[in-house]
Design a protein around this ligand. Structure first.
Ligand code: ZN
Length: 284
């Protein structure tokens, strides 16, 4: 699990002769594009929604910033923020799950890997949620599953559309069977929501994998994705080892999935709010 919680390393330009203290300050100022290795000024990139100015790569984008950018200004009302995870099975790996939860909450500033609530997109009422990938790789435990369920239940009760941004490594293994049960629970809540005949728009971010891809993320009436997002159930390495074949170029990336009819559209981050408004207007 360790690689899920790793934050992108920020690299200061190597040719600058700076001492350690200054270097750590520099690391906060500069970010390195994972795709093209371009060193970019963090403030400038934030202005253009964390998209690399050199190659257009969509870098990680904080969940709260994303929600604020997509929703009508001031319309977001966060709900269920009182839900906090429990260590139901007393799980211990390299450290105790309860300690991991505490330290992750402190480092990330969220109680679990999902933010949910209600708001409006271009005037359309939505029940909305977004994964926090920084929190244990956006893994889905009982709290994430419950919050996703409530997104659909609220959309059902308020007769409005549902929108979910997914970015997840899958089920949270530290919660064992309680984590796996969330696949069925969220899918059942979505099935009940269908009776109000409002759209559920699923937006898959980089990466959307495992139990999240295998449940509600791929059950959207409309499925959108960000460019070059890794989307799939098992990772490409696991599949290659299992089938003993080399996978085709671009396998499990948004562009490949669009070509094969698995998603409906790839939307640039800057166009997403307008695209969602358009879809909700047509279908909501
Ligand atoms: Zn780049």
């Amino acid at each position: 699990m360790a690689w899920f919680s790793k934050k992108p390393r920020l690299i200061a330009p190597a040719d600058l002769d700076v001492d350690e203290k200054q270097r750590s300050r520099m690391q906060g100022l500069w970010a390195k594009c994972e795709a093209c290795d371009e060193i970019v000024y963090r403030q400038e990139v934030e202005k253009i929604l964390n998209v690399c100015p050199a190659c257009g790569y969509h870098m990680a984008w904080p969940a709260r910033t994303r929600l604020a950018a997509v929703l009508d200004p001031g319309s977001f009302q966060e709900l269920d923020s009182n839900l906090a995870p429990q260590d139901a099975i007393g799980f211990v790996d390299s450290k105790r799950y309860r300690d991991r939860l505490k330290s992750t909450a402190k480092a990330v500033g969220e109680t679990d890997a999902f933010i949910s609530g209600v708001g409006r997109i271009e005037g359309h009422q939505v029940s909305i949620g977004c994964f926090v990938f920084e929190f244990m790789g956006g893994s889905m435990g009982s709290v994430v599953g419950e919050k996703v369920t409530r997104v659909f239940e609220r959309a059902h009760d308020q007769n409005c559309s549902a929108v979910i941004f997914s970015a997840s490594g899958g089920a949270r293994m530290q919660e064992g069977i309680f984590s796996l049960m969330q696949l069925a629970k969220t899918s059942a809540a979505l099935a009940r929501f269908r009776s109000v005949r409002k759209p559920y728009i699923s937006i898959m971010l980089h990466p959307t994998t495992g139990g999240v891809a295998a449940s509600f993320a791929w059950l959207g009436d409309v499925i959108l994705a960000e460019p070059k997002a890794l989307i799939g159930f098992a990772g490409p390495r696991v599949i290659e080892q299992t089938i003993r074949q080399k996978l085709p170029e671009g396998f499990q990336r948004s562009e490949f999935l669009l070509d094969h009819g698995m998603i409906d559209a790839i939307v640039q981050r800057k166009d997403l709010r307008q695209k969602l408004g358009q879809l909700l207007g047509l279908m909501g």
